[in-house]
Design a protein around this ligand. Structure first.
Ligand code: PEP
Ligand code: MG
Length: 879
């Protein structure tokens, strides 16, 4: 028979897929002799068996559980369900990849009326026993029967209020007895059944609940956000309980071996005295910093520090460790690689290299490329901060600056974000149900909870600004208001600004600055640059964008969309005039003005490039983006062109297209009006000569868009070469330049060998190539792609990540055919995929020369290109 259940001693850290991350690490810690309460693991295979057999937990698996339970009884000397000496267990989920807060946990399982009394007698501590029982009823009710926890919280609040208690620890045994009765009643009302007294029934229901939670909405959303495969399933960890709620010499906490926000060395964490695990994570009480444990229980603190060092050295990564102290005895309940901000990830990886723990290659592989976005976020302008009013201060849970409008419910936040509003999600504390709202919000603000609360951990993972534990504020979820300490009330929609690095909350909107990157970032990036084989260029249309990209490490311009140079309010008028011109003379007059504008820009770009490659794409304006729309625009144009409004309207109608994306754009426009590209080529070459005369190296790449046939390219090339050579002759100078083409039409891929006869380079326009290969409109596909994801027809947006089997195959075909004509043909990518790590991996494998992406994605692309090269090296080593 197949084995589904494993003792901790049977596993190891390598068995994450079978035992889940938590289980594999519990097994590993058991085997290296750390104080782990004994237990066993029901494997992920059992979860898949449950899902595959129509959500039925097989009797065979449960029988196997019972065998391991008997073993646990032997190990602990306690008996499950025996009043005189009860074994209590925790039941926790554990997916192969960390999903914090996503899955459900039940503690104190095995308690019932009889075992609670038995435990009280045994420990001589009635209060702790009753406290554990009431927690169990609430958790079990919540997790297994989905009874909203606020119902339990209300009953608790009533008793606390009636007795004027500040904290749960003030509850007396009598209070707890009343609370247990109230909780049982809530349970009975919600489920129609009495609270189950049979521990085996409790266990079975809890295991099923964990398996079920693998497919709950928040888990599904989390997996989608983090690209985790649903077929993994979750394991279930059953572990004998230790009690952190047995008085002032007990407690529970979470510690990171390094600071997860900054990456600084030294343990970083918090704990709560006289409490159980979930209290810290749920953020119901605000915990104390770990340093105070040193004063309260120095021996335990020292032992904890030793364990932290040991685990970090064992796993060779920063660890996130959960511990419980029961009457001054320390137990480790979990260790895992800690979630961290991008800043911390870089700091830790580079420090580990300096400490000789890992190689530079390993450091590069460890950084999640997408996380780098966090470093590139804006901060508040110093001068604006001086004037801004701080209305509250909380814990700086996740760095970054954010400005937005407050919403109190996750669903309201989602709706507002979908209306284009920048949202700050405000909650007393977040729970996994809020995940979608958090994902759609710009920032998160909570009144309760510490640095390791759900809000803090999840926000950090998402790279979102978060302030937690902001108790200066009174948040009413019901009224949807925040009451400031001054008494001022903020309603839903009010604007706030949050600084996730200081914990300051400001009223209104505070002006922001660009992100700044520093610290170990440059060192890591320098390592990336030595590994990567792809050059990283930028898609920049303005000197300002290029400037930014150079700071981020761009090695040149891979795409300058010249039509974008005319988006400026004043310039667009000239483009419209050019499009609407009815004669060559009329068009040439406008082109002369446009040429001067282009020259000014090109000179600036060439100077800034200082010898780096600059690829300028000749005009590709989809007509609908440039034609005048409002009557005001038409009137102004008529005025400028000395025409009547009806003449302009008539011309606009003549030019209107049913499918502008498939219309008279790119090279097609230049086949009808060659003077347009001639003017642009002249502008490029004349600017290049000016800059060359200033002593700067220039070698422009002139790129023709939307080529489908060799003949189109030959026609245009002849026109522009003539114009260029006329300038060389006039100026008595010759400069190097290349003429190449975008490859963005499937026909161009298929006939790439022919096209290469006329091209000095190829640049893959994977945006149009995706549009034309799928036949999905670039502008409208998002409207229906959600349905494709829902039905598993597509798992990813093909406009974001290259569709390797379809669009990618066409790229590969073009690469091969292009090289058949010119073995060393320069080839790069300038579509959006040039900044997407997964696509970059693919382009590396095709042996392209470069990828080009938007300025903020340049560092991501540098790292992704290095990772692609390292992964490739690894693959070759295996073969
Ligand atoms: C492309 O199609 O991939 C491309 C870069 O050009 P554009 O996005 O300007 O159409
Ligand atoms: Mg294109």
């Amino acid at each position: 028979m197949r084995k589904f259940v494993y003792q901790f001693s049977e596993g190891s850290k390598e068995m994450k897929h079978l035992l889940g991350g938590k289980g594999a690490n519990l097994a590993e810690m058991t085997n290296i002799g750390l104080p782990v309460p004994p237990g066993f693991i029901i494997s992920t295979a059992a979860c898949n068996d449950y899902t595959d057999s129509n959500k039925h937990l097989s009797e065979d698996i449960f029988e196997e559980v019972k065998i391991h339970l008997a073993e646990l009884e032997k190990q602990t000397g306690k008996i499950f369900g025996l009043a005189e000496n009860p074994l209590l267990v925790s039941v926790r989920s554990g997916a192969p990849f960390s999903m914090p807060g996503m899955m459900d946990t039940v503690l104190n399982l095995g308690l019932n009326d009889a075992t609670t009394n038995g435990l009280a007698d045994l420990t001589n501590d009635q209060r702790s026993a009753f406290d554990s029982y009431r927690r169990f009823i609430q958790m079990f009710g919540d997790v297994v029967f989905e009874i909203p926890s606020y119902q339990f919280e209300q009953a608790l609040s009533r008793i606390k209020k009636a007795n004027h208690y500040q904290s749960d620890t003030e509850l007396t045994t009598t209070d707890l007895t009343d609370l247990i009765a109230a909780y049982k009643q809530i349970f009975q009302q919600a489920t129609g059944e009495a609270f189950p007294q049979d521990p085996l029934k409790q266990l079975k229901l809890a295991i099923i609940a964990v398996f079920k939670s693998w497919m709950n909405h928040r888990a599904v959303v989390y997996r989608r956000l983090h690209d985790i495969d649903a077929s993994y399933g979750t394991a279930v960890n059953i572990q004998s309980m230790v009690f952190g709620n047995t008085g002032e010499t007990s407690g529970t906490g979470i510690t990171f071996t390094r600071n997860p926000s900054t990456g600084e060395k030294g343990v970083f964490g918090e704990f709560l005295l006289n409490a159980q695990g979930e209290d810290v994570v749920a953020g119901i009480r605000t915990p104390e910093p770990i340093a105070t444990l040193k004063e309260r229980m120095p021996t335990v603190y020292n032992e904890l520090i030793t364990i932290c060092t040991l685990l970090e050295n064992h796993y060779l990564d920063m660890q996130d460790i959960e511990f419980t102290i029961e009457k001054e005895k320390l137990y480790v309940l979990q260790t895992r690689n800690g979630k961290r901000t991008a800043k911390a990830a870089i700091q830790i990886a580079v420090d580990f290299v300096h400490e000789g723990k890992i190689t530079k290659e390993e450091a590069l592989i460890r950084i999640e490329t997408k996380q780098l976005h966090q470093l590139l976020h804006p901060a508040f302008l110093e001068s604006a901060l001086k004037k801004a009013e701080i209305v509250a201060h909380g814990l700086p849970a996740s760095p970054g600056a954010a400005t937005g409008h407050i919403y109190f419910e996750a669903k309201d936040a989602v709706q507002a974000a979908e209306r284009g509003i920048s949202v700050i999600l405000v909650r007393n504390e977040t729970s996994p149900e809020d995940i979608e709202g958090m994902a759609k919000s710009t920032a998160i603000l909570t009144a309760q909870g510490g640095m390791t609360s759900h809000a803090a951990v999840v926000a950090r993972g998402m790279g979102k600004c978060c302030i937690a534990g902001c108790s200066d504020l009174t948040i009413s979820q019901q009224e949807k208001t925040i009451t400031l300490s001054t008494g001022e009330i903020l309603q839903e929609g009010a604007a706030l600004s949050l600084d996730g690095s200081t914990g300051n909350v400001y009223l209104g909107k505070v002006e922001q600055t660009e992100a700044s990157i520093g610290g170990h970032f440059d060192e890591l990036m320098a390592w990336a640059d030595t590994e990567k084989q792809l050059a990283i260029r930028v898609n920049a249309d303005t000197p300002a964008d290029f400037q930014k990209a150079l700071l981020f490490g761009a090695e040149g311009i891979g795409l300058c969309r010249t039509e974008h140079m005319f988006f400026d309010e004043k310039r667009i008028l000239f483009v419209r005039q050019m499009i609407l011109a009815e004669s060559l003379t009329e068009r040439e007059t406008v082109l002369a003005s446009l040429k001067e504008m282009q020259k000014e820009d090109f000179r600036a770009l060439f100077r800034m490039a200082d010898g780096r490659s600059v690829n300028i794409r000749l005009l590709d304006p989809p007509l609908h983006e440039f034609l005048p729309k409002s009557s005001q625009e038409i009137e102004q144009l008529a005025n400028d062109m000395h025409k009547t409004v009806s003449q302009v309207k008539k011309r606009v109608q003549e030019l209107a297209e049913a499918n502008p994306m498939l219309g008279h754009r790119g090279c097609r426009l230049a086949i009808t009006f060659p003077e347009i590209y001639r003017m642009q080529a002249e502008a490029i070459i004349e600017s290049a000569i000016t800059v060359y005369d200033e002593g700067i190296k220039v070698h422009p790449e002139i790129m023709i868009p939307l080529i489908a046939t060799k003949n189109e390219l030959s026609f245009i090339k002849k026109e522009i070469k003539q114009a260029i050579h006329t300038i060389f002759d006039r100026e008595r100078v010759i400069l190097p330049y290349d003429i190449g083409t975008m490859i963005e039409i499937p026909r161009a891929c298929i006939t790439a060998d022919e096209i290469a006869e006329e091209a000095q380079f190829f640049s893959f326009g994977t945006n149009d190539l995706t549009q034309l290969t799928y036949g999905f409109s670039r502008d409208d596909a998002t409207k229906f792609l959600a349905d494709y994801y829902q039905h598993n027809i597509l798992s990813k947006d093909p406009f974001m990540t290259i569709d390797k089997t379809g669009v990618g195959a066409l790229v590969e075909m073009a690469v091969t055919r292009g090289r058949m004509t010119h073995a060393n043909l320069k080839m790069g990518v300038c579509g959006e995929h040039g900044g997407d790590p997964e696509s970059i991996q693919f382009f590396h494998q095709l042996g392209l020369s470069y990828v080009s992406c938007s300025p903020y994605r340049v560092p991501i692309a540098r790292l992704a290109a290095a990772q692609a090269a390292l992964n490739h090296k690894k693959q070759l080593a295996i073969q």
